[in-house]
Design a protein around this ligand. Structure first.
Ligand code: ZN
Length: 82
């Protein structure tokens, strides 16, 4: 069981840790990186204790942010009006 469910908007981005953080009751911080989120990970763990939280976020916000979009030429189908 996770300690809590936390929305990504309620977490704080840490430049130092390069991770989203949320205060853990033990005094440390739950942490989850952008890469974790991109991989579909939704569990932020505290490095100092065994607690973890479930992060609520929209996968689309992180999935393939820098990914290449295959630009297929759109198949033009002449509309035949019979
Ligand atoms: Zn902790």
């Amino acid at each position: 069981m996770s300690y809590d469910d936390v929305e990504i908007e309620d977490m704080e981005w840490s430049e130092e840790l390069q991770a989203y953080t949320f205060p853990c009751p033990c005094g440390d911080l739950f942490q989850i990186t952008r890469d974790d989120l991109r991989l579909g990970e939704d569990v932020a763990r505290c490095p100092s204790c065994s607690l973890y939280i479930t992060v609520i976020y929209s996968a689309e916000d992180f999935a393939g942010g820098t990914g290449k979009q295959s630009l297929e030429p759109s198949k033009q189908q002449p509309v035949a009006v019979a």
